[in-house]
Write a protein that binds this ligand. Sequence first.
Ligand SMILES: NC(=O)c1ccc[n+]([C@@H]2O[C@H](COP(=O)([O-])OP(=O)(O)OC[C@H]3O[C@@H](n4cnc5c(N)ncnc54)[C@H](O)[C@@H]3O)[C@@H](O)[C@H]2O)c1
Length: 265
Amino acid sequence: MGRLGGTVVLVTGAARGIGAAIAMRVAKEGASVAVADLDVAGALAVADRIRSHAVEADGFAVDVREPEQSAALVERVVSRFGRLDVMVNNAGVIRVRTVLDTTPDDWDFIQSVNARGLFFAQQAGARQMLGQAPTGEGRPCGKIINLASIAGRVGRPMLSAYCASKATAISVTQAAAAELAPKVTVNAICPGPVDTEMWKQIDREWAEQKGRPLGSVWQERVDAIPMKRAETPEDLTGIAVFLASADSDFITGQSFHVDGGLMMM
Ligand SMILES: NC(=O)c1ccc[n+]([C@@H]2O[C@H](COP(=O)([O-])OP(=O)(O)OC[C@H]3O[C@@H](n4cnc5c(N)ncnc54)[C@H](O)[C@@H]3O)[C@@H](O)[C@H]2O)c1
Protein backbone atom coordinates (compact mmCIF):
# COMPACT_ATOMS: atom_id res chain seq x y z
CA MET A 1 0.00 0.00 0.00
CA GLY A 2 2.89 2.42 0.68
CA ARG A 3 2.99 5.42 3.00
CA LEU A 4 0.46 7.35 0.91
CA GLY A 5 -2.12 4.66 0.07
CA GLY A 6 -5.61 6.17 -0.33
CA THR A 7 -4.20 9.69 -0.68
CA VAL A 8 -4.91 12.04 -3.61
CA VAL A 9 -1.92 14.23 -4.50
CA LEU A 10 -1.92 17.10 -7.01
CA VAL A 11 1.47 18.32 -8.28
CA THR A 12 1.75 21.45 -10.44
CA GLY A 13 4.64 21.91 -12.87
CA ALA A 14 4.92 18.12 -12.92
CA ALA A 15 5.64 17.55 -16.62
CA ARG A 16 9.37 17.42 -15.89
CA GLY A 17 12.10 18.11 -13.32
CA ILE A 18 11.37 18.19 -9.61
CA GLY A 19 7.58 18.06 -10.06
CA ALA A 20 7.75 14.92 -12.22
CA ALA A 21 10.09 13.23 -9.71
CA ILE A 22 7.72 14.05 -6.84
CA ALA A 23 4.71 12.81 -8.83
CA MET A 24 6.47 9.51 -9.62
CA ARG A 25 7.61 9.01 -6.04
CA VAL A 26 4.27 9.71 -4.33
CA ALA A 27 2.70 7.27 -6.82
CA LYS A 28 5.23 4.61 -5.75
CA GLU A 29 4.05 5.27 -2.17
CA GLY A 30 0.49 4.42 -3.26
CA ALA A 31 -1.03 7.88 -3.90
CA SER A 32 -3.39 8.67 -6.76
CA VAL A 33 -1.70 11.48 -8.64
CA ALA A 34 -2.95 14.48 -10.59
CA VAL A 35 -0.11 15.69 -12.82
CA ALA A 36 -0.69 19.32 -13.85
CA ASP A 37 1.37 21.58 -16.09
CA LEU A 38 1.28 24.33 -18.70
CA ASP A 39 2.86 21.64 -20.90
CA VAL A 40 -0.17 19.35 -21.06
CA ALA A 41 1.51 16.80 -23.37
CA GLY A 42 4.31 16.46 -20.82
CA ALA A 43 1.81 16.12 -17.96
CA LEU A 44 -0.11 13.40 -19.82
CA ALA A 45 3.15 11.54 -20.53
CA VAL A 46 4.14 11.56 -16.82
CA ALA A 47 0.62 10.36 -15.90
CA ASP A 48 1.00 7.52 -18.44
CA ARG A 49 4.32 6.50 -16.86
CA ILE A 50 2.69 6.50 -13.41
CA ARG A 51 -0.26 4.39 -14.61
CA SER A 52 2.17 1.80 -15.94
CA HIS A 53 2.97 1.12 -12.24
CA ALA A 54 -0.73 0.28 -11.69
CA VAL A 55 -1.47 3.47 -9.77
CA GLU A 56 -4.25 5.92 -10.67
CA ALA A 57 -3.02 9.07 -12.38
CA ASP A 58 -4.21 11.69 -14.83
CA GLY A 59 -2.70 14.68 -16.61
CA PHE A 60 -4.25 18.15 -16.43
CA ALA A 61 -3.58 21.45 -18.20
CA VAL A 62 -3.09 24.50 -16.00
CA ASP A 63 -1.53 27.93 -16.24
CA VAL A 64 -1.07 28.94 -12.60
CA ARG A 65 -0.72 32.59 -13.68
CA GLU A 66 -4.53 32.55 -13.97
CA PRO A 67 -6.18 32.07 -10.55
CA GLU A 68 -9.40 30.84 -12.17
CA GLN A 69 -7.40 28.09 -13.91
CA SER A 70 -6.01 26.92 -10.57
CA ALA A 71 -9.53 26.91 -9.11
CA ALA A 72 -10.86 24.96 -12.12
CA LEU A 73 -7.94 22.52 -11.84
CA VAL A 74 -8.79 21.72 -8.22
CA GLU A 75 -12.45 21.18 -9.22
CA ARG A 76 -11.44 18.80 -12.03
CA VAL A 77 -9.09 16.87 -9.76
CA VAL A 78 -11.82 16.48 -7.12
CA SER A 79 -14.37 15.36 -9.70
CA ARG A 80 -11.83 12.80 -11.04
CA PHE A 81 -10.44 11.49 -7.71
CA GLY A 82 -13.12 12.43 -5.14
CA ARG A 83 -11.02 14.71 -2.89
CA LEU A 84 -7.67 16.51 -2.62
CA ASP A 85 -5.43 15.45 0.25
CA VAL A 86 -2.13 16.99 -0.78
CA MET A 87 -1.31 19.86 -3.13
CA VAL A 88 2.30 20.39 -4.20
CA ASN A 89 2.73 23.89 -5.65
CA ASN A 90 5.84 23.27 -7.69
CA ALA A 91 5.34 25.19 -10.99
CA GLY A 92 8.07 27.79 -11.29
CA VAL A 93 10.07 29.93 -13.71
CA ILE A 94 13.30 31.93 -13.69
CA ARG A 95 15.13 34.57 -15.69
CA VAL A 96 18.77 35.45 -15.03
CA ARG A 97 19.27 39.23 -15.02
CA THR A 98 21.51 41.74 -13.30
CA VAL A 99 19.77 44.25 -11.03
CA LEU A 100 20.27 46.92 -13.69
CA ASP A 101 19.03 44.81 -16.61
CA THR A 102 15.88 43.44 -14.94
CA THR A 103 12.83 44.80 -16.78
CA PRO A 104 9.31 45.22 -15.44
CA ASP A 105 8.35 42.30 -17.72
CA ASP A 106 11.05 40.06 -16.15
CA TRP A 107 9.84 40.99 -12.68
CA ASP A 108 6.14 40.50 -13.48
CA PHE A 109 6.65 37.21 -15.32
CA ILE A 110 8.56 35.63 -12.44
CA GLN A 111 6.17 36.89 -9.75
CA SER A 112 3.12 35.88 -11.85
CA VAL A 113 4.10 32.22 -11.58
CA ASN A 114 6.29 31.83 -8.47
CA ALA A 115 4.52 34.28 -6.13
CA ARG A 116 1.05 35.30 -7.37
CA GLY A 117 0.50 31.96 -9.13
CA LEU A 118 1.60 29.96 -6.11
CA PHE A 119 -0.53 32.07 -3.76
CA PHE A 120 -3.76 31.60 -5.72
CA ALA A 121 -3.10 27.91 -6.40
CA GLN A 122 -2.59 27.48 -2.66
CA GLN A 123 -5.86 29.38 -2.07
CA ALA A 124 -7.75 27.05 -4.44
CA GLY A 125 -6.31 23.98 -2.72
CA ALA A 126 -7.07 25.36 0.74
CA ARG A 127 -10.70 26.14 -0.18
CA GLN A 128 -11.23 22.52 -1.16
CA MET A 129 -9.39 21.08 1.84
CA LEU A 130 -11.24 23.20 4.42
CA GLY A 131 -14.55 21.94 3.02
CA GLN A 132 -13.73 18.23 3.14
CA ALA A 133 -13.55 15.66 5.94
CA PRO A 134 -10.18 14.97 7.60
CA THR A 135 -7.93 12.47 5.85
CA GLY A 136 -8.30 10.22 8.93
CA GLU A 137 -9.34 10.51 12.57
CA GLY A 138 -7.42 13.29 14.32
CA ARG A 139 -5.70 14.20 11.08
CA PRO A 140 -5.77 17.46 9.06
CA CYS A 141 -8.20 17.83 6.13
CA GLY A 142 -5.33 18.44 3.75
CA LYS A 143 -1.68 19.32 3.32
CA ILE A 144 -0.05 21.94 1.13
CA ILE A 145 3.60 21.75 0.10
CA ASN A 146 5.14 24.76 -1.64
CA LEU A 147 8.38 24.71 -3.64
CA ALA A 148 10.41 27.68 -2.46
CA SER A 149 14.24 27.77 -2.69
CA ILE A 150 17.33 28.59 -0.67
CA ALA A 151 17.32 31.62 -3.03
CA GLY A 152 14.35 32.81 -0.95
CA ARG A 153 16.55 32.87 2.17
CA VAL A 154 19.37 35.06 0.89
CA GLY A 155 19.65 37.38 -2.11
CA ARG A 156 21.88 36.08 -4.92
CA PRO A 157 23.52 38.00 -7.76
CA MET A 158 21.75 37.81 -11.16
CA LEU A 159 18.59 36.42 -9.57
CA SER A 160 16.94 39.34 -7.72
CA ALA A 161 13.41 38.86 -9.04
CA TYR A 162 13.60 35.08 -8.56
CA CYS A 163 14.94 35.46 -4.99
CA ALA A 164 12.10 37.87 -4.19
CA SER A 165 9.53 35.42 -5.57
CA LYS A 166 10.91 32.59 -3.45
CA ALA A 167 11.04 34.76 -0.31
CA THR A 168 7.35 35.35 -1.02
CA ALA A 169 6.77 31.59 -1.28
CA ILE A 170 8.32 31.13 2.19
CA SER A 171 6.29 34.02 3.59
CA VAL A 172 2.92 32.91 2.20
CA THR A 173 3.65 29.40 3.47
CA GLN A 174 4.03 30.76 7.01
CA ALA A 175 0.99 33.06 6.79
CA ALA A 176 -1.25 30.32 5.38
CA ALA A 177 0.00 27.80 7.93
CA ALA A 178 -0.90 30.16 10.78
CA GLU A 179 -4.32 30.88 9.32
CA LEU A 180 -5.33 27.41 8.18
CA ALA A 181 -4.22 25.45 11.27
CA PRO A 182 -5.37 23.00 12.53
CA LYS A 183 -7.29 21.89 9.44
CA VAL A 184 -4.57 22.25 6.80
CA THR A 185 -0.79 22.04 7.19
CA VAL A 186 1.34 24.23 4.92
CA ASN A 187 5.08 23.70 4.54
CA ALA A 188 7.75 24.58 2.01
CA ILE A 189 10.76 22.84 0.53
CA CYS A 190 13.87 24.90 -0.26
CA PRO A 191 16.08 23.07 -2.75
CA GLY A 192 19.63 24.10 -3.60
CA PRO A 193 20.84 23.97 -7.24
CA VAL A 194 19.11 20.94 -8.81
CA ASP A 195 20.09 19.31 -12.08
CA THR A 196 16.98 20.19 -14.16
CA GLU A 197 16.08 22.21 -17.25
CA MET A 198 15.75 25.26 -14.98
CA TRP A 199 19.41 25.11 -13.98
CA LYS A 200 20.47 24.50 -17.59
CA GLN A 201 18.70 27.78 -18.38
CA ILE A 202 20.37 29.56 -15.43
CA ASP A 203 23.81 28.35 -16.49
CA ARG A 204 23.22 29.30 -20.16
CA GLU A 205 21.83 32.80 -19.47
CA TRP A 206 24.46 33.56 -16.78
CA ALA A 207 27.33 32.36 -18.98
CA GLU A 208 26.08 34.42 -21.97
CA GLN A 209 25.76 37.62 -19.93
CA LYS A 210 29.06 37.29 -18.06
CA GLY A 211 31.14 35.83 -20.93
CA ARG A 212 31.82 32.59 -19.06
CA PRO A 213 32.15 29.06 -20.46
CA LEU A 214 28.95 27.01 -20.62
CA GLY A 215 28.68 24.77 -17.55
CA SER A 216 31.04 26.83 -15.38
CA VAL A 217 28.35 28.62 -13.31
CA TRP A 218 26.68 25.30 -12.52
CA GLN A 219 30.00 23.63 -11.66
CA GLU A 220 30.98 26.46 -9.32
CA ARG A 221 27.72 26.04 -7.36
CA VAL A 222 28.03 22.25 -7.25
CA ASP A 223 31.64 22.50 -6.01
CA ALA A 224 30.42 24.56 -3.02
CA ILE A 225 28.00 21.85 -1.83
CA PRO A 226 29.31 20.18 1.36
CA MET A 227 27.76 16.83 0.34
CA LYS A 228 30.11 16.89 -2.68
CA ARG A 229 27.73 16.15 -5.50
CA ALA A 230 25.00 17.76 -7.60
CA GLU A 231 21.44 17.65 -6.27
CA THR A 232 18.97 15.58 -8.31
CA PRO A 233 15.16 15.90 -8.53
CA GLU A 234 14.96 12.56 -6.67
CA ASP A 235 16.75 14.16 -3.68
CA LEU A 236 13.58 16.20 -3.11
CA THR A 237 11.18 13.27 -3.11
CA GLY A 238 11.84 11.94 0.41
CA ILE A 239 10.90 15.22 2.07
CA ALA A 240 7.83 15.50 -0.21
CA VAL A 241 6.60 12.06 0.88
CA PHE A 242 7.26 12.94 4.54
CA LEU A 243 5.34 16.23 4.26
CA ALA A 244 2.49 14.46 2.44
CA SER A 245 2.29 11.67 5.03
CA ALA A 246 0.79 11.36 8.52
CA ASP A 247 4.35 11.47 9.93
CA SER A 248 4.35 15.27 9.46
CA ASP A 249 0.83 16.00 10.76
CA PHE A 250 2.14 18.16 13.66
CA ILE A 251 4.52 20.15 11.44
CA THR A 252 3.31 23.35 9.79
CA GLY A 253 4.71 26.69 8.61
CA GLN A 254 8.20 25.28 8.10
CA SER A 255 10.57 25.66 5.16
CA PHE A 256 13.05 22.82 4.84
CA HIS A 257 16.46 23.22 3.19
CA VAL A 258 17.27 20.19 1.04
CA ASP A 259 20.55 21.42 -0.42
CA GLY A 260 23.39 19.12 0.62
CA GLY A 261 24.33 21.71 3.27
CA LEU A 262 24.89 24.61 0.83
CA MET A 263 23.05 27.19 2.97
CA MET A 264 25.58 26.63 5.78
CA MET A 265 28.41 27.89 3.60
N1 LIG B 1 16.18 23.50 -10.30
C1 LIG B 1 16.59 24.13 -9.21
O1 LIG B 1 17.79 24.27 -8.98
C2 LIG B 1 15.61 24.67 -8.21
C3 LIG B 1 16.12 25.15 -7.00
C4 LIG B 1 15.24 25.68 -6.05
C5 LIG B 1 13.89 25.70 -6.31
N2 LIG B 1 13.42 25.21 -7.48
C6 LIG B 1 11.98 25.29 -7.71
O2 LIG B 1 11.44 23.98 -7.90
C7 LIG B 1 10.34 24.06 -8.81
C8 LIG B 1 10.58 23.10 -9.97
O3 LIG B 1 11.80 23.46 -10.61
P1 LIG B 1 12.47 22.60 -11.77
O4 LIG B 1 13.92 22.80 -11.64
O5 LIG B 1 11.91 21.25 -11.81
O6 LIG B 1 11.98 23.46 -13.04
P2 LIG B 1 11.68 23.06 -14.54
O7 LIG B 1 11.84 24.30 -15.34
O8 LIG B 1 12.46 21.86 -14.94
O9 LIG B 1 10.14 22.64 -14.49
C9 LIG B 1 9.17 23.59 -14.17
C10 LIG B 1 7.83 23.10 -14.66
O10 LIG B 1 6.86 24.12 -14.34
C11 LIG B 1 6.01 24.30 -15.47
N3 LIG B 1 5.43 25.63 -15.48
C12 LIG B 1 6.06 26.81 -15.74
N4 LIG B 1 5.19 27.82 -15.72
C13 LIG B 1 3.96 27.28 -15.45
C14 LIG B 1 2.67 27.83 -15.32
N5 LIG B 1 2.45 29.13 -15.48
N6 LIG B 1 1.65 27.00 -15.02
C15 LIG B 1 1.87 25.67 -14.88
N7 LIG B 1 3.07 25.09 -15.00
C16 LIG B 1 4.11 25.89 -15.30
C17 LIG B 1 6.92 24.06 -16.67
O11 LIG B 1 6.15 23.76 -17.84
C18 LIG B 1 7.78 22.91 -16.18
O12 LIG B 1 7.22 21.65 -16.50
C19 LIG B 1 10.23 25.52 -9.23
O13 LIG B 1 9.29 26.18 -8.42
C20 LIG B 1 11.62 26.04 -8.96
O14 LIG B 1 11.65 27.45 -8.77
C21 LIG B 1 14.24 24.69 -8.44
